[in-house]
Structures are given as structure tokens and as C-alpha cells.
Write a protein that binds this ligand. Structure first.
Ligand code: GTP
Ligand code: MG
Length: 206
């Protein structure tokens, strides 16, 4: 599985399109895996690490940079798509933007038949916050299975990481739609990337 995943992600990966609203979605032709998480948690960075490209997904220091659903195609012919979802929970977001985000994300999660799994990214420095619990609730309610993925593991000490990992795993196990395992990653140090690739491949059922 690891070797197959490595080969898949070493092959064709292309940005397909950006969808600011549901009617811009690409046709549901292949399995999709979505990346969800707070703004600045490292979604775009993890997508880049997963695909071994430096900047296929735009990363930024400004929270809330990604406001649309961004689709990336993997494989030739396309075997699966990765979806970079807009981040949530940034402090300065106007209520109108939050409402737009909620509608887009909820409708996508509920209606997307090809969506096989979501990856819910949690910053290892902070653990699960209230806004993340709300996201978990949205995923549970939409019946979209998700894996919890800790990001930026390079930023904290091993002992702190152990503690956050244990707490996060316990929280995930209480959720109905959460996969009962937590992946630990660092896009910076390329940690946990092979396991994540294998998980994405397994989840996409290709
Ligand atoms: P939005 O698109 O705004 O929702 O953010 P995002 O979740 O896509 O985050 P992004 O990947 O743009 O990363 C945000 C910041 O965190 C950037 O400055 C990254 O360089 C940094 N970052 C991301 N992953 C890691 C990591 O594994 N380690 C470290 N040290 N920094 C990281
Ligand atoms: Mg982003």
C-alpha cells in the first residue's frame, strides 16, 4: 500500500479548479478526499507535502487565504481528487463570511456523493478547540467519515506531543463519524506523510 501510494503521488497531480459556490463544483466523476481545518492549521501545506510539490496549493501567513473549495486531480487518467476546503475560525472574519463558509461547507459535505473521507486537521500546539468540535459535529451530521490529523508536530516537544495525541485520540473515539486513529504529521519535516498517503489511497477505495 505504501509503495502504491508513493507511486500514485509521484505521478500526475494538477490543480483542476476553484469553486466559490456549489454550482461551480466539478462533475462527481472520481472519489474525493477533503482537507478541513481551522484557518492556518496547515491544510495547503499538508496537501503540498502529500503530493511532494512545493506550491501546488497556495499557502500563506494570512489566515483565511483559501475561501473556496479547491480541487486537485491525482493520477493519469484521474483516479481521485483532493479538495482543499476553506479554513474556519479566524478571529477577524465578518459574520457574512462565516455564514457563507458554513453554507458552502455544509452543502458540500451533505450533497457530495463521491466524497469518501475528510481529513480534519488539528494544530498539534493547540489540540481540539471549540470551532473544531463544531466542525466535527458538522461532519457527524453529514455522515462524512473523517480522520483526525495533527499538524505542525515539529513545533512542540515530544512530551507535549504525546499528551496532545492522547487527548485528541480520546476525543476522536467519542465521535460517531471519526476514524478511531489519529495521524501525526509535520509538513515542514515531512513526518507522517507516507502513512497519510496510504490512508488517502485506502479511503478513496481505488
Ligand atoms: P488557510 O488556507 O488560511 O485556511 O490556511 P491553511 O490551513 O491552508 O494553512 P497553510 O498551509 O497556508 O499554513 C499556514 C502557515 O503554517 C504557513 O506559514 C505554513 O508555512 C505554516 N505551516 C504549515 N505546516 C507546517 C508544519 O508542519 N510545520 C511548521 N513549522 N509550519 C507549518
Ligand atoms: Mg490554505
Amino acid at each position: 500500500m505504501i509503495e502504491r501510494a508513493r507511486l500514485l503521488f509521484a505521478g500526475r497531480i494538477e490543480f483542476l479548479k476553484s469553486a466559490p459556490a456549489l454550482h461551480f463544483l466539478p462533475d462527481p466523476e472520481v472519489p474525493e478526499i477533503a482537507f478541513a481545518g481551522r484557518s492556518n492549521v496547515g491544510k495547503s501545506s499538508l496537501l503540498n507535502a502529500l503530493t511532494g510539490r512545493k506550491s501546488i496549493a497556495r499557502t500563506s501567513v494570512t489566515p483565511g487565504r483559501t475561501q473556496e473549495l479547491n480541487f486537485f486531480e491525482v493520477g493519469d487518467p484521474t483516479l481521485l481528487r483532493l479538495v482543499d476546503m476553506p479554513g474556519y475560525g479566524f478571529a477577524k472574519a465578518p459574520p457574512k463570511v462565516v455564514e457563507q463558509w458554513r453554507k458552502l461547507v455544509r452543502d458540500f459535505l451533505r450533497g457530495r456523493v463521491v466524497l469518501k473521507r475528510a481529513l480534519l486537521l488539528i494544530d498539534a500546539r493547540h489540540g481540539i478547540k471549540d470551532v473544531d468540535s463544531e466542525m466535527m459535529k458538522m461532519l457527524d451530521e453529514a455522515a462524512v467519515g473523517y480522520r483526525v490529523v495533527l499538524t505542525k508536530a515539529d513545533k512542540i516537544k515530544a512530551s507535549e506531543l504525546d499528551q496532545v495525541y492522547t487527548e485528541t485520540l480520546a476525543a476522536a473515539r467519542k465521535r460517531t463519524a471519526a476514524y478511531p486513529e489519529v495521524l501525526v504529521t509535520s509538513s515542514e519535516k515531512k513526518m507522517g506523510i507516507e502513512d497519510l498517503r496510504a490512508a488517502v489511497l485506502a479511503d478513496s477505495e481505488i
